[in-house]
Design a protein around this ligand. Structure first.
Ligand SMILES: Nc1nc2c(c(=O)[nH]1)N[C@H]1C(S)=C(S)[C@@H](COP(=O)(O)O)O[C@H]1N2
Ligand SMILES: [Mo]
Length: 169
């Protein structure tokens, strides 16, 4: 009877130990920022948590407004040394960001659509919604493109952001 109790305690405590270990292991997911940039980046959730945080709202498929939180894509591209701000003129206006997702979904955003010298719309790379991490099927990173009639460019499960040029010269 006593031995049975010990076994029971061992099984229960090892279950709690293993489940807490699983919860604490940090998410190692990365977003790769590369292409026509001076300094390619591999951004983790931890990296994003240390950058300037901003909110963006998005109406979901069902018309409900959700508040996402993350980092302005402008700040990420500036950090990577993509042409932003004063450099965003001439041939750099033919440059764009190709956002790639784990499911193969891809969207294009012109750099001028990201720069606050051109627009008041703040596009963010979100890692949270309503004060929580993104749900697994939409995360861990999601592009939020506010101010559009449809949420179709707000790509989820983002894995790469490549700066490219559409110039024909
Ligand atoms: N990776 C990825 N992101 C995506 C899509 C997709 O198929 N794959 N669909 C888009 C479309 S068409 C819409 S309408 C919205 C839906 O997002 P919601 O389910 O949060 O409303 O996600 C967008 N982002
Ligand atoms: Mo959609």
């Amino acid at each position: 009877m006593k031995l049975k109790n010990i076994y029971f305690t061992l099984i229960v405590s090892s279950f709690f130990f293993l489940s807490s270990a699983a919860q604490q292991s940090p998410d190692k997911s990365l977003v790769k920022v590369y292409g026509e940039v001076k300094k390619p980046l591999n951004l983790s959730l931890d990296d994003l948590s240390k950058m300037k945080r901003v909110d963006a709202s998005l109406k979901d498929h069902d018309g409900k407004v959700q508040t996402y939180t993350g980092v302005a894509v402008q700040d990420i591209l500036a950090e990577a040394g993509a042409p932003m701000g004063k450099e965003l003129r001439g041939e750099n206006l033919a440059k764009y960001l190709l956002v790639k997702c784990a499911d193969g979904y891809q969207v294009v955003i012109a750099l001028a659509e990201i720069d606050n010298g051109f627009t008041d719309n703040v596009i963010i790379l979100a890692d949270g919604v309503s004060g929580q991490p993104l749900p697994k099927e939409k995360g861990p990173f999601r592009l939020i493109v506010p101010g559009e009639k449809r949420p179709a460019r707000s790509s989820y499960q983002v894995i790469e952001m490549e700066v490219k040029s559409a110039s024909q010269n």
